[in-house]
Ligand binder design. Structure first.
Ligand code: A3P
Length: 286
């Protein structure tokens, strides 16, 4: 299987399948009761998806099975399948939809309709590391080159879905709107029960303390890793990786095992410059 290259469409770097169906993705129409989960790649989307599903089930499933097919990803197109957007267009309401594009490239209807949006944020150092590894074992992503080459591209936004900085600054600028909700990966690591409870109330659900306890038990990194199938079911070919690979480390601070002192200094400076005046602050170790 030949690894693809990212391609540019309307100034956004995407995978070739996404480019092929870009017109359909661009003209996607949100419905007012749609719920979106917005994230830059590798910020904890799969985890949040499982939390959402547990909330829907009121958290009271004793032996929860991780379900990776639950929530469709708007910009995703498997080479040999119809684009996700086509399936999404035909789903009954209320729909839950994942999006990776920055606010500059999302359908205007999402904000115009005041849809609920759950934004997941994770510190950029761990995102860079996670994204790098994801490129190494996911056949549907380009060859990342060396860590140092990848990090360079990540810092200048020459990776799929462009710059992490533009992505988070875009969503963060909308934080005063009551329909936009933020979840930080690091906060979920610190206290998943608390964050799940906050998310549940945003969605209009109430979780009992027992339900939260059960959710926390089922959705810890180790429990999720133990309870899923070996194959990444519908993605197994041609993506060619397993769930065990996907759930790689699940930690805050793995960046310390990858960044050199010099790389870390450059990154710190970039973070300072880019996030200045935004009130955005990330946690880099627990
Ligand atoms: P790592 O590569 O650092 O391990 P996404 O779903 O947005 O692609 O994000 C994937 C990242 O979330 C991976 O990070 C993965 O391990 C982590 N992750 C998934 N489930 C998790 C869980 N239950 N607890 C902690 N991290 C989790």
């Amino acid at each position: 299987y030949k690894k693809p290259q990212v391609v540019l469409v309307d100034g956004l770097l995407v995978m070739p399948g996404t480019l092929r169906h870009w017109e359909k993705i661009k003209s996607f129409q949100a419905r007012p009761d749609d719920i979106f989960i917005a994230s830059y790649p590798k910020s904890g989307l799969m985890w949040t998806t499982q939390v959402m599903n547990m909330i829907k089930l009121h958290g009271d499933v004793e032996a929860y099975k991780v379900d990776k097919t639950l929530i469709p990803f708007l910009e995703f197109c498997r080479p040999d399948e119809e684009p996700a957007v086509e399936k999404i267009n035909n789903l009954p309401s209320p729909r839950v939809i994942n999006i990776h594009a920055p606010i500059s490239h999302i359908s205007k209807s999402i904000l115009e309709n005041k849809c609920k949006v759950i934004c997941i944020l994770r510190n950029p150092k761990d995102v860079a590391v996670s994204f790098y590894h994801f490129h190494t074992f996911n056949n549907m992503l380009p060859n990342p080159g060396t860590w140092s080459e990848f990090l360079q591209n990540f810092m200048i936004g020459k990776v799929g879905f462009n710059s992490w900085f533009d992505h988070v600054k875009g969503w963060w600028s909308l934080r005063e709107q009551p329909n936009i909700f933020f979840l930080f990966y690091e906060e979920m690591k610190k206290d998943l029960g608390y964050e799940a409870g906050r998310l549940a109330s945003f969605l209009g659900h109430d979780l009992s303390p027992e339900a939260i306890k059960n959710l926390v038990k089922q959705l810890s990194f180790n429990a999720m890793k133990a309870n899923m199938d070996e194959k990444f079911s519908n993605l197994s070919s041609p993506a060619g990786f397993t769930f065990k690979q996907f759930l790689r480390k699940g930690q805050v601070g793995d960046w310390k095992n990858h960044f050199t002192v010099a790389q870390n200094e450059v990154m710190d400076q970039l973070i300072t410059d880019q996030l200045q005046g935004t009130s955005l602050d990330f946690c880099y170790e627990l």
